[in-house]
Design a protein around this ligand. Structure first.
Ligand SMILES: [Fe+2]
Length: 192
């Protein structure tokens, strides 16, 4: 049984993302993926396997939706700016500079219909930006998301309508880079 993870920051404290927007996103949309995943696991535990294809597609959709939202909410509530320390060093090593990394990441926001992810990929032990539709189309095996930008309309429409650019700027103003660095260290084992 998966439990909804609470927000670790005051929902009224974000800059440019309203309390109503972030609360609805967390309490309704994210919660629905946690509930969806639990429901599927309950069916599977009872060995009700008649509609296994639908179940497995739904398991991937709901499970990925749950996980990516936890990454997203987990690194909001910060002061924005730029990363420092080993994460900055790694971004420079893998992309040439922070600015080059960000240019590619931003380009991905125009391509993704679901998420833009910064991932640590074990296939080459490098960081990569990946663009994902829904929650799981475009996912790369062996790559762990350390940073997730939700590009679904439910993430910004209440605050910005169709103006994705302003939402993305607000997202970056609230990033807690320390959390992303911790995730990188966890997955990379500080070896790369
Ligand atoms: Fe979302």
């Amino acid at each position: 049984m998966h439990k909804k993870k609470p927000l670790k920051f005051d929902p009224a404290s974000l800059k440019g993302i309203s309390k109503k927007q972030i609360t609805l996103h967390h309490d309704k949309h994210y919660a629905s993926y946690v509930e969806g995943k639990n429901k599927i696991e309950k069916v599977l535990s009872k060995e009700k396997l008649d509609h296994i294809r639908e179940l497995k597609k739904s398991e991937s959709h709901n499970g990925s939706g749950m996980y990516l939202h936890e990454v997203y909410f987990g690194h909001l509530g910060g002061k924005g700016g730029k990363p420092s320390g080993i994460l900055m060093k790694k971004l420079k090593k893998d992309f040439g500079s922070f600015e080059k990394w960000k240019r590619e990441f931003m380009a991905c926001t125009g391509a993704a219909r679901g998420w833009v992810l910064l991932c640590f990929d074990w296939s080459d032990c490098r960081l990569h930006n990946y663009a994902v539709d829904f929650h799981d189309e475009g996912a790369v095996w062996g790559a762990a998301p350390i940073m997730a930008l939700d590009m679904w309309e439910h993430a910004y429409y209440l605050d910005y309508g169709p103006d994705k650019k302003k939402y993305i700027e607000a997202f970056f103003r609230n990033i807690n880079w320390k959390k992303i660095e911790e995730a990188y260290e966890r997955y990379a084992g500080q070896k790369s």
